[in-house]
Structure formats: structure tokens, C-alpha cells
Ligand binder design. Structure first.
Ligand code: SAM
Ligand code: SF4
Length: 432
């Protein structure tokens, strides 16, 4: 979502004649977009500002803007502690970017905008074309969260759940299509909580799938408790909807899930997975896990490993619990850091084994790849992803950017697969 936000901030900045520079040492303005989800986020901001200060020691000071969730959560402290910062803009206030820059240019005092003005933000952005010109583009459809998992800062930094209107989203999707996008990933902190006047995520997917230039649709991140039957059905009826679902579970222990306020059990989660597989047997899953949450015993951790093995997630993103200021879990008694670290290592070893076994199973198989770009510094090599988002590199004489091709995978490791084209013509997806 920060990538989407950064692009949109740039779309705004172009209106007041600011352009990206390849030489950051000559920039007039620095924008640092931040994430507050785990620790060290604030330290990173001070570190980055320190680096800018060093570059401009004997030069005219550039305007320094901090945006995103660290700005939201720590804005006042940042302005107090680091005089080099000029502007603080929370994630729901960045439509005020241009006004802030123009005021600072006129030597205004420091600016701190952190109100939750999500409606005004999108009203402003809707007037400006999304200029992202990637084959695979992001589209934020929903922001914020009302779930209040006890470990998470999102409800405090992004505010409550808000869904953009279907008509503005269709317009933006058409802009992306006309900019050469072939794939759109719909984004939201709780993307499947999307609901605008009764229009749900599945309705939006079906509407976007009618755009002939858009060949693939993905969405992330979905929450297990918001997975409604219409969305499950869309996975069997909409062939443009890709069969990889990122479905964070966080833990395999019901006791820990309850203490996290996740509002689902392991059994609910497995039942949902079964329903989705029934709707489309090709579907695979990736997930997020928090390891070493307060109160996690060896037994709880073993249950998480059991779930990991049972579902065989093709990608597992795991993090040691990080106490976030202001969240209820920050006050819980932490487990020993060395224990949490050791468990994370164990978890990641098993997750990597599962991933490697999966990737190896793909060798000598055919798959369908949407090519996104030519590899930098590599002649005739193109990077793309298959329906399960597996990164694949292929050698080709013709430009493959934006093309979908059937390929055979010939080798690979846990990260990247290498293949050769077996059909030169545009290939139909066979996802559902
Ligand atoms: N809304 C999504 C959901 O509930 O499934 C998750 C969004 S959150 C921005 C991304 C991931 O960061 C979470 O799934 C969780 O695993 C991780 N995360 C969030 N807060 C964390 C914390 N305090 N410590 C460690 N990991 C955390
Ligand atoms: Fe954070 Fe996701 Fe829980 Fe919302 S549902 S509080 S975004 S982890």
C-alpha cells in the first residue's frame, strides 16, 4: 500500500512541477514514506534524515517530508526531535502534500497534518489520473481496520474501515488499463471487508474483469472472518481471479488466537481453506505468522508448526512479536527474546523446506506467465509471474513485456524459477 501511496503522492507533486530525480544529491525535496508495523520504524526515519543532512551539509537544505504510519503515530515527537523535518503527513492526509510544499517554499513554519481525512483524500486523488504504468499495478480499494487485533497498530495509524466507491475504482482501473496494466492487485488492510453501499469485493472483481485489457486480478490482504460465500464463488466463476490467496492466520493455537482477538479459530480457518479449494481446486495459500506472542508456550508453537505443515503454504511471512506502543499486547508479559528468536528460526526452516519442495515440484511442468519487465543488465531475459505469483525468468528474442505465455519450467531454487517458452501466442489462463 505504501508503494501505491508513494505513486499517488508523486502524481500530486507533478502538479506543482516537482519531478523524480535520478540524482538524489541534487533533490529539492525528500519524501520518506514510512511503515510502523514493526519496531525500529522511527529509528529508520532518524537514520534516513541523518543521511540527507550529511549530503546537504554545505548546500541549500531540501524540504523534508515524512509521510505514512510513522508520521501518523510519532509525528509530534519527530518534529520536536529532528528540526530538519519540515512536514509530517499521516496516511490519510497526503492529499495536502502540494499545499504543504508550497507553504514551506514560502518559509511557513513546520506542518503536521495527521487528521483522518480519508474521504477528502480520495476526493482529491480522484481528480488526478493514476499514472502508474506497470504491467502489474496496485489499486487501493479499502483502507483502515475495525478489527483491533491486540498486537496491531493499523487501526490507530490508518483509522477505521473505509471503502472507496465502485465507480471511482472502475475509473481508476480503466486508467491503469490504458497505461498498459495487464494485472491489477486490489489492496486493503482488510481488502475483503470492502463494502460500498452494498457492493462487495466480489462485485468489484467481476466489474474489473470485464475490462478486456486486464487479464489478471489479485487482492490482498484478506481476513479470514470477512471471507463471504460470494467471494469464494468468484474463485470458481471468474477466470481472471488468480488462485493464490494471502490469508494471514498468525498462529496455529486457538488460545493465542483468542488472546490476539483474531475472532477466528484454527478450525474456522481450515474450514475456509476447504471451502475455497472446493470452489477452485487449484487454489494455494500464503500466510503471515507472529512467532513468540505473549503467552506462547512450546505447545502453542508446535500447533503453529502443525498448521504450517498441514496447509503447505507456498509462502509464509513470519515475524517475531513486536510490542507496538499504544496496542493492548504491548502491556502483556513478553516471552524471552532468545526463545522467540529460536522458534522463528525453526519456523522459517520448515517454511523454507515446504517452499523448496513446492518449487521443485514445478520443474518440468508447464505454467502461464505474465511478463512484467526485462531484467536489468541481462540481455534477452524477462521477468514474470505465474498464476501463483511465482517469480519466473525466461530468455527470449522478442519483447515479452505485458505478454502472457505458456512456458515450461526447466530449473529453479526456492526464490526464482527459470523456464522456456512453449507457446509464442497469447495464452489463455487456466486458473479456474
Ligand atoms: N490485515 C491483515 C490481517 O489481519 O491478516 C494483516 C495486515 S498487517 C499490516 C501485516 C502483518 O504484519 C500481520 O499479518 C502480522 O503478521 C504482522 N504484524 C502486525 N503487527 C505485528 C506485531 N506487533 N508484531 C509482529 N508482527 C506484526
Ligand atoms: Fe491489524 Fe489486520 Fe488485525 Fe486489522 S485485522 S488489526 S490490520 S492484523
Amino acid at each position: 500500500m505504501n508503494e501505491y501511496d508513494s505513486n499517488r503522492i508523486y502524481d500530486l507533486a507533478k502538479q506543482i512541477d516537482y519531478k523524480k530525480t535520478d540524482n538524489h544529491k541534487e533533490a529539492d525535496c525528500y519524501v520518506i514514506n514510512t511503515c510502523h508495523i514493526r519496531e525500529k520504524a522511527t529509528e529508520k526515519v532518524y537514520h534516513d534524515v541523518g543521511r540527507i543532512k550529511k549530503v546537504f551539509r554545505n548546500k541549500k537544505k531540501p524540504i523534508v517530508v515524512i509521510v505514512g504510519c510513522v508520521a501518523q503515530a510519532e509525528g509530534e515527537i519527530l518534529l520536536k526531535e529532528e528540526k530538519y523535518i519540515d512536514v509530517i503527513l499521516g496516511p490519510q492526509s497526503y492529499h495536502q502534500f502540494n499545499e504543504s510544499i508550497l507553504r514551506i517554499e514560502k518559509k511557513s513554519k513546520k506542518i503536521n497534518y495527521t487528521d483522518f481525512e480519508v474521504v477528502e483524500k480520495f476526493d482529491t486523488l480522484n481528480l488526478i489520473k493514476n499514472s502508474s504504468s506497470k504491467v502489474s499495478s496496485f489499486l487501493t480499494i479499502q483502507e483502515g481496520c475495525d478489527k483491533f487485533c491486540k498486537f496491531c497498530v493499523v487501526p490507530y495509524t490508518r483509522g477505521s474501515e473505509f471503502s472507496r466507491s465502485t465507480s471511482e475504482l472502475l475509473n481508476e482501473a480503466k486508467d491503469l488499463e490504458s497505461n498498459r496494466a495487464k494485472e491489477i492487485t486490489l489492496l486493503g488492510q482488510n481488502v475483503n471487508a470492502y463494502n460500498h453501499n452494498g457492493e462487495k469485493l466480489s462485485d468489484l472483481i467481476i466489474n474489473i474483469s470485464k475490462l478486456s485489457g486486464i487479464k489478471r486480478i489479485r487482492y490482498t490482504t484478506s481476513h479470514p472472518i470477512d471471507f463471504t460465500d460470494d467471494l469464494i464463488k468468484a474463485h470458481s466463476s471468474c477466470h481472471k481471479l488468480m488462485p493464490l490467496i494471502h490469508l494471514p492466520v498468525q498462529s496455529g493455537s486457538n488460545k493465542i488466537l483468542k488472546s490476539m482477538n483474531r475472532k477466528h479459530t484454527v478450525e474456522d480457518y481450515l474450514e475456509l481453506i476447504n471451502k475455497l479449494k472446493k470452489a477452485n481446486p487449484l487454489i494455494k495459500f500464503s500466510s503471515d505468522f507472529i512467532i513468540g506472542y505473549p503467552g506462547e508456550t512450546d505447545y502453542d508453537f508446535d500447533l503453529t508448526l502443525k498448521l504450517l505443515r498441514e496447509v503447505e503454504f507456498i509462502n509464509s511471512y513470519s515475524f517475531v512479536f513486536s510490542a507496538r506502543p499504544g496496542t493492548p499486547a504491548a502491556k502483556f508479559k513478553k516471552i524471552e527474546a532468545s526463545v522467540a528468536k529460536y522458534r522463528l528460526m525453526q519456523f522459517q526452516r520448515i517454511a523454507e523446506d515446504i517452499k523448496l519442495k513446492y518449487k521443485k515440484s514445478l520443474i518440468n511442468k508447464n505454467t502461464t506467465v505474465l511478463f512484467e519487465n526485462k531484467m536489468k543488465n541481462k540481455k534477452d531475459e524477462y521477468f514474470g509471474r505465474d498464476e501463483f505469483s511465482n517469480p519466473i525468468i525466461v530468455r527470449a528474442k522478442h519483447n515479452l513485456e505485458g505478454k502472457i505465455r505458456k512456458i515450461k519450467i526447466i530449473s529453479g531454487n526456492q526464490n526464482t524459477l527459470f523456464g522456456e517458452i512453449i507457446e509464442q501466442d497469447e495464452t489463455q489462463e487456466f486458473a479456474a
